[in-house]
Design a protein around this ligand. Structure first.
Ligand SMILES: *Cc1c(COP(=O)(O)O)cnc(C)c1O
Length: 394
């Protein structure tokens, strides 16, 4: 069969199983109120947890960065694209996280996806056992595949199973890798126990804090602060396109690990450096996260999360127990989940329907994400609509 025929047949099968995904076009800034496919919507769909993506001070810093550095970096970091803005951002991030990562350095990547594949492929050598949590993000799974390490998947949050696997390993290098906040469930990995296990077995712990950086912890230092982690054997990934509101990601770790990544992480080396203006804008984003405004926004986010949990009265659908602004409502079947998302859509509410393969079969869900930019009225509007839709649909 010709390629096009085969692809069209497979696309039709996706339609039949309610698995075809469609992109929505947003023509306004990221925020609770957006114009989506030409209609005004109240959105619970972004990872802009602190409402910084359209923050005037960050937008102003981005403009200032463009005035100073222009639009593009012109080359990869190891050729001529490494600007002062990138260097200052790396210093600021390492300094911000230093209470948890003593004498660490930071390295800025274009995206979190690239950071994860870059780190895992550079560190995972033939003599390495890589212990990967089963619900890890696709970028960690792909990074594990790209590495030369022996990959062992451990069951979700199962520290006892992991302990057995670590004890049985005779590898020269052991690395445990996990999401901090699971992106489709919102729960947090048992990181204090995982770090203790790693220390006991001489393993490294790599934590992908894409949904925790800026959100968790009094000061916004993410899961490091939330779980009171401190160790030289931590490899921390923070992404900067979610709570930080801009884009890119960073790895913070022991200076020697960072130096090795500069030499060997192909996703760092063989790509054009991100526009310096983004790094310049991120200096302001990190200041906001670390300051009083960040603290206030985190407090508001927690209050809105508690309000949603309080106002939702679901009888058949299940709100997963999550302490983070990711509040998933599991419906189960793909078509019922799409129908619920469509009913919300008709009321001007945008909540994404998440289906397999992003989540396990029969656990399709509405993935509600909250932002400090939402108001209490927004939350009530969503809870009321969902309560009503559940009653009509079940
Ligand atoms: C979003 C996300 C990433 C990827 O980060 P990007 O900067 O969007 O490429 C990696 N890990 C997790 C857990 C994520 O949620």
């Amino acid at each position: 069969m010709m390629l096009i025929d085969r692809l069209e047949q497979e696309l039709r099968q996706l339609d039949e199983r309610s698995l075809r995904r469609r992109r929505k076009i947003v023509s306004t800034a990221c925020g609770p109120h957006v114009d989506m496919d030409g209609r005004p919507m109240l959105a619970f769909a972004s990872n802009d947890y602190l409402g910084l993506a359209a923050h005037p001070r960050i937008a102003e810093a981005l403009r200032a960065g463009v005035s100073r550095y222009g639009a593009g970096s012109g080359a990869s970091h190891l050729i001529s694209g490494h600007s002062q803005a990138h260097a200052l951002l790396e210093e600021k991030l390492a300094d911000f996280l230093s209470p948890h990562l003593p004498s660490a350095r930071a390295l800025y990547f274009c995206t979190g996806y690239m950071a994860n594949i870059g780190v895992l492929s550079a560190l995972g050598q033939r003599d390495t056992d890589l212990f990967s949590e089963t619900l890890n993000h696709a970028s960690l799974i792909d990074g594990a595949r790209l590495s030369r390490a022996n990959v062992r998947v451990y069951p979700h949050a199962d520290t006892a199973a992991l302990a057995g696997m670590l004890a049985a390993s005779e590898a020269a290098t052991k690395i445990v890798v996990t999401d901090s906040v699971f992106s489709m469930d919102g729960n947090i990995a048992p990181l204090a126990e995982l770090l203790a296990l790693c220390e006991q077995h001489g393993a490294w712990l790599m934590v992908d804090d894409a949904h925790g950086f800026g959100v968790l912890g009094e000061q916004g230092r993410g899961v490091l602060e939330h779980a009171a982690l401190r160790s030289p054997n931590l490899i921390y990934i923070g992404t900067l396109g979610k709570a930080a509101g801009v884009g890119g990601a960073f790895v913070a770790a022991h200076a020697t690990v960072i130096e090795w990544l500069v030499q060997r992480a192909r996703a760092y080396i063989y790509t054009t450096a991100a526009p310096p203006a983004l790094a310049h804008a991120l200096l302001t984003a990190v200041d906001l996260i670390a300051g009083d405004e960040g603290r206030e926004r985190r407090a508001r986010l927690q209050a809105l999360t508690a309000q949603l949990q309080d106002e939702l009265r679901l009888r058949h659908w299940k709100l997963l127990p999550s302490p983070t602004p990711i509040q998933p409502v599991v419906i189960g079947a793909n078509d019922a989940t799409l129908a619920a998302a469509a009913a919300l859509d008709r009321q001007g509410l945008w909540v994404p329907a998440i289906r397999p393969p992003t989540v396990p079969p029969d656990t399709a869900r509405l993935r509600i994400t909250l932002s400090a930019a939402h108001t209490a009225r927004d939350i009530t509007q969503l809870a009321t609509a969902l309560n009503t839709i559940e009653r009509t649909q079940t």
